[in-house]
Design a binder for this molecule. Structure first.
Ligand SMILES: Nc1ncnc2c1ncn2[C@@H]1O[C@H](C[S@+](CC[C@H]([NH3+])C(=O)[O-])CC(=O)[O-])[C@@H](O)[C@H]1O
Ligand SMILES: O=C(O)C(=O)Cc1ccccc1
Length: 243
């Protein structure tokens, strides 16, 4: 499948449309996320290891906002259970079509079922592992608690949620520092200042980060008994919440 270098924001744009996961983004998505999210590949690998440890027999693993299925593929690779399914959900038809094509090209015994739907409307049951890898940040803040409650309810005893998010910081000095460091990270990955600032405009009010404390409180309120960060690289973090 064609997958190119992300140059979507390289030229000056008169009007910057709100960011969305359409065909042009899908075409460059692996390169875009790799060069934009510090630690992305380390997180994907660890999601595989966590699924290997937590996937229970006769259970389902959910990858909510799966994009091109990187987390699902890592889970499939690491899970040793005999009887399990992975349900990969995304509401972008372009993402799901590309992922369906990619899966057809692989010869491996496929355990991944694709669903093109809004994760706010997908039933979750018999789950041992649920992954929200940089997806909750795109859900309206008012809808986040209800989604996490449904995930908690759908998890089996001993189940886990892996929640990765871009973070905001209550302390303005931390906010400025961490955002600056992310900017420097993107520059080091070859993005120009123009690309970085145009993409920031496109993400305004689309990707809405919250602080770790806000996430932790919401997870505990949803019923999780513990929620902690296991990985952080500047303003990008991944949390594990235990049922
Ligand atoms: N309401 C929604 N319902 C379903 N999908 C949604 C919704 N809102 C956004 N999405 C989908 O969530 C994904 C977010 S990307 C996830 C990366 C992936 N997890 C990865 O591990 O590579 C993160 C990023 O690009 O920063 C996109 O594919 C959206 O279509
Ligand atoms: O690029 C950014 O600034 C981000 O915050 C991460 C990102 C990565 C891929 C799509 C949308 C946002």
């Amino acid at each position: 499948m064609t997958s190119g270098k992300d140059q979507l924001y390289a030229q000056p744009l008169g009007q910057i449309a709100a960011f969305n996961f359409d065909d042009p983004v899908v075409n460059v998505f692996p390169d875009m996320i790799q060069r934009s999210v510090p630690g992305y590949q380390a997180i994907i690998s660890a999601i595989g290891l966590l699924a290997g440890r937590f996937c229970q027999e006769h259970s389902t693993c959910y990858d909510l906002g799966c994009s091109l299925g990187a987390a699902s593929l890592a889970m499939q690779h690491q899970i040793q259970a005999q009887d399990f399914r992975i349900v990969a959900v995304d509401n972008s038809p372009a993402m799901i079509e590309r992922l369906a094509n990619n899966l057809q090209l692989t010869r491996t015994d496929n355990k991944i079922d694709l669903v093109c739907a809004d994760i706010r409307e997908v039933a979750i049951s018999q789950a041992s592992v649920v992954v929200l890898n940089f997806t909750l940040q795109f859900i309206p803040i008012d809808d986040r608690a209800a989604l996490l409650s449904r995930i908690y309810q759908g998890l089996l005893p001993g189940g886990i949620l892996i929640l990765s998010e871009k973070l905001a910081f209550a302390d303005p000095r931390q906010q400025v520092l961490q955002a600056d460091m992310h900017h420097l990270f993107k520059q080091a990955q070859g993005y120009s200042t123009l690309e970085i600032s145009q993409k920031r405009s496109a993400l305004e009010n689309v990707l809405v980060p919250e602080s770790f404390e806000v996430h932790q409180n919401r997870l505990l309120k949803a019923g999780f008994s513990s929620a902690e960060i296991w990985f952080q690289y500047f303003n990008f973090a991944s949390m594990i919440a235990l049922k």
